[in-house]
Design a protein. Structure first.
Length: 394
């Protein structure tokens, strides 16, 4: 079967099926009077074409970045209680370390401890030789008048000891001991014969006094501490005085110092007069009463220094730290931690936690020691055993 036309014998071409019209940029406008004329019929399935847009979608602006030279904002750190506490502890540790170093390099030192033939062997516990000298070094004329010390010429020249004590710190739970050696005690001074014990200091200073004390007591000294008139008074004044209770008015006929009865704070001059006084109706046993008063005052002084009211009060603490280096002299082998250990052990004097006594003597003049009782005392200290009541003299 053939077909005519221009298709070359092929069946006539059919026009392609017209599907949904592609989106055009122009929209057909309906003819007037003919609703819906020219509108495109909806596609099958109810699919609606996307809304008409006249152009490409708007581009969103990228987030603004800070300039390269502008650092990002820093987050503020909050100071909580833990951080504040840590800072305070750090400051406290640095302060204490500074004070420690200051004292370690500021306190005067001498070569007091030394080896010699026949020196007692080390025994239990630790022994301190504590000396209160009548040194007037550094005192002005006004100081000598205020403290009623007199000058070196009127005192006979040289350097003597008003106070000689042995502090024993045991290695066990036995109470510590603070022992007074009366300065008029007749003892053997190595190489100088028999004389009063305080003359050893005048003759050979701290080394000869230490050798004399060790020979007389049989106790080996491990540490040495010395304080003079001016240093003692300055320490008392630095902490605002020391509270003492005096049962009876004390008037020294030699120096003219008067300390009223009752409780009150003694300043440096009064404190020095109190520990030196022996020419008074309140001290009938002379040197024995003076030694007892010295131990009593040391107990009150240590309690005052170690109290929170002194340690936490900068108006007391800083003057004390300033006065201590000029007041104290220690052995070349001693350190601040040794001194702290001594103060800690002696803090119980006022409360009765430390045994305080004088070497047993045969008379009120305190020139001769009771040999039997003295041996009991020294043996107990050497072996860290309780001191018999019969060997305690107060």
């Amino acid at each position: 079967m053939s077909y005519g036309g221009d298709n070359g014998g092929y069946p006539p071409r059919r026009p392609p099926a017209r599907g949904p019209r592609q989106h055009q940029s122009t929209q057909m406008m309906p003819m007037p009077g003919r609703e819906g004329a020219g509108r495109r019929p909806p596609p099958p399935g109810g699919h609606q074409p996307p809304p008409h847009r006249s152009g490409p979608p708007p581009r969103q602006a990228p987030p603004r970045r800070p300039p390269q030279d502008e650092p990002p904002p820093r987050r503020r750190r909050r100071w909580g209680p833990g951080r504040i506490l840590l800072t305070l502890l750090t400051v406290l540790v640095v302060f204490l370390a500074g004070v420690w170093v200051y004292l370690e390099f500021s306190i005067s030192r001498i070569d007091a401890l030394h080896e010699y033939s026949g020196r007692p062997a080390a025994a239990s516990g630790t022994n301190w030789l504590i000396v209160g000298s009548d040194s007037r070094d550094g005192l002005s004329k006004a100081d000598e008048e205020r403290l009623v010390t007199g000058d070196s010429a009127s005192a006979g020249g040289g350097q003597r000891t008003d106070t000689i004590m042995v502090a024993h710190i045991p290695d066990n739970d036995t109470p510590a001991t603070l022992l007074s050696l009366p300065r008029d005690s007749e003892v053997k001074i190595p190489g100088k014969g028999t004389n009063k014990i305080n003359s050893a200091f005048s003759i050979g200073g701290a080394p000869l006094l230490l050798e004399t004390v060790e020979t007389a007591t049989g106790l080996r000294m491990d540490h040495y501490a010395e304080i003079g008139f001016g240093g003692f008074a300055n320490i008392v004044d630095a902490i605002g005085g020391v509270n003492m209770c005096v049962d009876k008015e004390m008037h020294d006929t030699m120096t003219g110092i008067t300390i009223p009865a009752g409780c009150g704070d003694l300043d440096g001059a009064q404190a020095l007069g109190f520990v030196r006084m022996r020419h008074s109706e309140a001290t009938p046993r002379s040197d024995l009463d003076r030694a007892a008063n010295q131990r009593k005052f040391i107990g009150a002084l240590v309690s005052e220094i170690s109290s929170p009211g002194t340690i936490l009060n900068p108006f007391d603490l800083f003057p004390l730290l300033s006065a201590a280096p000029d007041a104290l002299t220690m052995d070349t082998g001693d350190h601040v931690h040794n001194l702290v250990g001594l103060g800690w052990a002696m803090r119980g004097i006022s409360s009765g936690g430390v045994v305080t006594t004088t070497v047993p003597v045969t008379s009120g003049s305190a020139e001769h020691w009771d040999k039997a009782k003295s041996k009991q005392l020294f043996d107990a200290m050497r072996g860290d055993t309780p001191i018999p009541d019969s060997a305690i003299l107060n």
